[in-house]
Ligand binder design. Structure first.
Ligand code: SF4
Ligand code: SF4
Length: 433
């Protein structure tokens, strides 16, 4: 037997958290057991551990800390990544109905194309595409559709509604579990739309706030004298009252973290059950240079939890088993004009498109898609890393952008890697340690 390369030992409150990132299992051990483990490892005498402490030895084997000597651990991670990213039971489709937007946020990476929207011919191609995927993939069980953009609600009746109607019907007929989601600024939502969202069983919305009312209105405004905060808060409340889930995204900066708690006052009138429909997602604005905002963010998260917001499951820190949709083979991002991409966090320019939707409702992928699907696990540092099975070397887009250079998405910082592991452990076990 040998010790797994994916073991991490972290001191915590006079004891130690022992983690294996391939099995994602933890042991909370005392210093004596830690000494035994280290001694057997350093003296390369694992079998002796069996004689000294058989229960410890068996636990280490069961939880994957100790593995067969001949095991190729990198190969196992490759297999895991392949299983997750080539899952053929699910399809994830992102549609950009337009690249236009009713706001002009300073940090937005998208170029707003004022006249852009799905024309009737593209609409036919999109519905044909959905139909082909659902009818030709016999193993398919779940279809997720996400309306992105631009602001996807700008041309709601002409583009989004016909697609929603179509997919709702065809998914039902083929016994496919459907999940409909929107990433929107939330301003344009009205009562009529909400009736459709309920009718077509829309699952969730991601709606972004840029701080409290004052800060938000500096970024997202209708005119010089008219902000958007009150209207968006009102719309979020209407959605949760209709049992629709909200990912409550906060784009934070050093400045807008100040006074952020005031947000809670604006949702006081919701019941605990309604507040629980809102999942908090804290995202640092990419231009923000201050790297030391962690404490403020954690403090805000704790208040949000007490207030009744849901906090994301720590297991989501496992970026391999929960890889980004863009890493998956069964995923496409279709732009309003029929250009196809994978990642939707970069500009949608012609040079980076990975395919084109054709008249028959199929995607003609170019070589960029194969390149993306084969980009993972090429970075030397990752192959020696103890958290590779939960980091995966970052997402496919990061791997593409670093291609040819050595990199680490955690700055080669062992303390940062340990923080990720400890964060996962504490969110599962805080009450018990
Ligand atoms: S940047 Fe990475 S994580 Fe974000 S959408 Fe693109 S591939 Fe996914
Ligand atoms: S990117 Fe860094 S943390 Fe992630 S697997 Fe590679 S070396 Fe490890």
């Amino acid at each position: 037997m040998k010790y797994s390369q994916f073991n991490t030992l972290i001191p915590y409150k006079n004891n130690y958290v022992f983690h294996n990132s391939f099995t994602n299992k933890f042991l909370f051990i005392n210093p004596l057991l830690k000494e035994l483990i280290e001694a057997s490892k350093n003296e390369n005498n694992i079998d002796e551990l069996k004689d000294i402490h058989i229960d410890l030895y068996n636990s280490l084997v069961d939880l994957g800390f100790l593995i067969e000597t001949k095991t190729d651990e990198i190969q196992k991670v490759k297999g895991l990544i392949h299983t997750v990213d080539y899952n053929d039971e699910e399809y994830y489709l992102i549609i950009n109905p337009t690249m236009n937007c009713n706001f002009d946020c300073w940090y937005c990476y998208e170029t707003h194309e004022r006249q852009s929207r799905v024309l009737d011919t593209s609409l036919d191609k999109i519905t044909l595409f959905i139909s082909n995927i659902i009818q030709e993939n016999k193993k398919l069980k779940k279809f997720t559709i996400q309306f992105f953009g631009g602001e996807p609600l700008l041309y709601f009746k002409k583009t989004v509604l016909p697609i929603m109607k179509f997919i709702y019907q065809i998914a039902r007929e083929n016994y496919i579990k459907l999940s409909i989601n929107f990433t929107t600024n939330g301003y344009l939502i009205n009562n009529e739309m909400i009736e459709y969202f309920v009718k077509y069983e829309v699952n969730g919305f991601q709606i972004t706030f840029d701080g409290n009312k004052e800060n938000h209105n500096k970024v997202r405004f209708v005119s010089k004298n008219k902000g958007s905060y009150d209207k968006i808060v009102e719309n979020v409340k209407k959605l949760v009252k209709n049992k629709i889930n909200i990912t409550f995204r906060i784009n934070y900066t050093e400045k807008n973290l100040i006074g952020l708690d005031e947000i809670f006052n604006d949702f006081q009138d919701l019941s605990m059950k309604e507040r629980n429909k809102m999942m908090l997602s804290m995202n640092k604005v990419w231009e923000e240079k201050n790297k030391n905002l962690g404490k403020e963010v954690v403090a805000f998260k704790e208040k949000a939890k007490t207030f009744g917001f849901k906090i994301p499951d720590s297991l989501l820190s496992d970026r391999v088993r929960n890889s980004c949709y863009a890493d998956k083979y069964n995923q496409a991002t279709i732009n309003y004009n029929g250009d196809v991409y994978k990642c939707n966090a970069r500009e949608f320019d012609k040079n980076s498109r990975e395919g084109v939707l054709n008249k028959a409702g199929y995607i003609d992928w170019n070589e960029k898609r194969d390149y993306r699907m084969n980009i993972k696990l090429k970075n030397n540092a990752c192959l020696e890393c103890k958290i590779l099975p939960i980091c995966g070397g970052g997402c496919s887009q990061q791997a593409i952008e670093y291609d040819g250079r050595d990199y680490c998405v955690n700055d080669y910082d062992e303390a940062k890697k340990e923080d990720i592991v400890l964060g996962m452990f504490l969110s599962e076990n805080l009450e018990n340690v």
